[in-house]
Design a protein around this ligand. Sequence first.
Ligand SMILES: Cc1cc2nc3c(=O)[nH]c(=O)nc-3n(C[C@H](O)[C@H](O)[C@H](O)COP(=O)(O)OP(=O)(O)OC[C@H]3O[C@@H](n4cnc5c(N)ncnc54)[C@H](O)[C@@H]3O)c2cc1C
Length: 538
Amino acid sequence: MTTPREIVIIGAGPNALVAAFYLAKAGLKPLVLEQRDSVGGCAITAEFHPGFRSSILAHAAGPLLPHIAADMQLTRHGLEMMEPGVRLAAVHPDGRGFALYSDAQRSIESLRRLSPADAEGYTRLCGALERAASVTAPLLSLTPPDIEALGENLPDIWKFLHTGRSFRKLGRKEMFQLLRWPPMAVADLVSEFFETELVRAAIAARAIFGTAAGPWSAGTAATLLLRAAADPHPAGPSAVPKGGMGALTAAMAAAAREAGAEIRTGAAVAQILVREGAAAGVALTTGEEIAAKSVVSSADPKRTFQRLVDPVHLEPFFLQQIHNYRSLGNVAKINLALGALPEFPALRAPDGCGIAPSAVLVGRLHIGHEIDYLERAFDASKYGDISPEPILEVAVPSLLDPALAPAGKHVMSVYAQFAPYKLKEGESWEKFGKREELLRTVIKTLAVHAPKLRDLIEAVQTITPLDLERDYGLTGGHIFHGELTLDQLFTMRPVLDAARYRAPIPGLYLCGSGTHPGTGITGASGANAAREILRDRK
Ligand SMILES: Cc1cc2nc3c(=O)[nH]c(=O)nc-3n(C[C@H](O)[C@H](O)[C@H](O)COP(=O)(O)OP(=O)(O)OC[C@H]3O[C@@H](n4cnc5c(N)ncnc54)[C@H](O)[C@@H]3O)c2cc1C
């Protein structure tokens, strides 16, 4: 081995790149090792059919926390965010629909056509989520406190007290509401604001995205609150990078490099080396060993502790906790190359969204028209089946960014839920023709709303949870590196004994989505981990 590096970071997804930037800024010259041929993790753009480029996996960001984007000067590094007016539209098979815009008034007008009561409910929900976010947003950038040594962590306690003060400022009624919500089923929560099933389902879908939960599962309101902490708009964020999600991580990589980080792609870590009880570096699959004073893993917790660390270095109880950590994925991704923009009659119809599909599909389209539809979609996955009528989130990024497809043609990016990693026939998506079944089911579900879609498809790319594990390193194919449920959040993410970005091995840290807050591409896990590493260095 050569002279030890200060820091080696495993993976080059969004969180690793954010961590690398802050650590490099502090002068530690981290070396980032990515197993794939390009940086970006799940935030990448690639050509999946000649002339057609798409955000291959995630097509929207958490959003990235503004202070992180500002610190990294991502605009200077080439990032251009595009903001469509429509955030989310939803359509019913009976032809009704509505759109939620960034502009609250336009959203209210759209909802009023469905139900005046829901237009009023929307105003109430916007207010409630904004007030909740005024308390919860600071928690995203907080290190969960060490519950066994509260007195030794004064900076964390101080920040908590600050959060407590914001909480008290809410007043009795709002305080009660915020305490009451997290354990609730999101289906109950949305029914307190809306009477129309289509509206209830579209908002509830945000809470269950990427989780093994249906809208009637207890605690799903907590996930909605967690997401609202990053963006309190009921429909979530809509801004997308020009050039797809890969443009975001390319800008992050440029910022990290400029700050002093070195990034190597095609460098798969096979083992985290532990010497004399402390992290000592990594060994690559090629046999190369790289010595380092600290190792930071952005790989998911199961991958880190069950595959990269020799279990002899971990306590049986800790290994048991990691074993019990739930990270079985349920989301598949379909990318379609289309000869033209499909017509969605419900978008144009006066009873639907009442505007041209091209004006709606710049945002995201939700398919799943009632709470029971969402719940039935989840039911199938519990028994290892692909939902016969999956919940879909559809985006056509080439509308805002025509360079992604040949002139006049389009790319359509579709999240499909539920597609369980663990199929009842076994774990092989290939063996049982399940990949084809999934694609057929998704196209059939889309065709209910866009009857001529099939004729426009020039090529498809189907990415199953098994592909997410094999090709992108997500254990169990879980898109958030583990379930975002109350028992796996905050001081319990990923597990009690590693919730402060520190592994139980000195010098080994976690910085990926399997740590707090872990919800999508906010950059918070990476920034929080870097702060803790620098704290230890002091
Ligand atoms: C289909 C899909 C849809 C999504 N939709 C959204 C969305 O709409 N909004 C949102 O905010 N988020 C979304 N996400 C989640 C989001 O992409 C992740 O939360 C985010 O990418 C996590 O970033 P990360 O850096 O922690 O990990 P990742 O992005 O997973 O990056 C981890 C990196 O580590 C690398 N790695 C793993 N093991 C090794 C090893 N042994 N050696 C070297 N490198 C290794 C991997 O190759 C990967 O590049 C989606 C994800 C998927 C898959």
